[in-house]
Each structure stands twice: as C-alpha cells, then as structure tokens.
Unconditional design. Structure first.
Length: 102
C-alpha cells in the first residue's frame, strides 16, 4: 500500500529536495536498464530455446520499475508546479495595489 508523505523545506531548497527525491529512484532506473538488456539477450539467444517463463517474470519486474520511476517523476512535477504556483501567487500579491481606507 502506498501512502502520501508531506514535509516542509525552505523555499530555496524546493528544487534541491526535488532532485533528492527524484534521485532516490536512480537504482530502480538502473535495474530497469539491466532488465531491459537481459530481456533482449534472452529473446535474441539463438543457442538455446527462449525461457519464456523467465522472460515474462523479467518483463513484469521491468514494468514495475518503470511504474515506480514514472510515479516519482509525476510527484516531482507536482512539487515543482505547486512551488511555481506559490511563487506566482506571492508575486501577484506583492504587486497588487493596496486598497486605501476612505
């Protein structure tokens, strides 16, 4: 089961933290690349029959890695969009004329 986490950082650390969060998926991306290569080798093997069961298992694992990396990419995009929206709102608020009392 997946749960959503929330934590607070200083404004100037949003992109740094986003990079850290995204970077945590690097090992999974490398695993996907390794599986991709292994799947290709197994399918191209001409010396012996293709181990279909093994290829299917590797393909499922490969796809799970991709889904995990894609989910993290989506989360980082949401963080960045939220930050940009926050910045735009702050800029809008600071440039809005202040109503003077009558």
């Amino acid at each position: 089961m997946k749960v959503k986490l929330s934590y607070t950082v200083e404004e100037d650390q949003v992109f740094v933290e986003s990079a850290k969060l995204f970077g945590l998926r690097a090992p999974l991306l490398q695993k996907a690349i390794d599986l991709f290569t292994a799947i290709q080798k197994e399918l191209e093997s001409s010396e012996e029959p293709v181990n279909v069961a093994q290829v299917k298992e590797m393909m499922v694992e490969f796809r799970e890695c991709l889904v995990s990396v894609d989910l993290r990419a989506h989360e980082v995009v949401e963080i960045i969009e939220g930050y940009v929206g926050h910045q735009a709102q702050e800029n809008s608020d600071s440039t809005s004329p202040v109503a003077e009392p009558e």
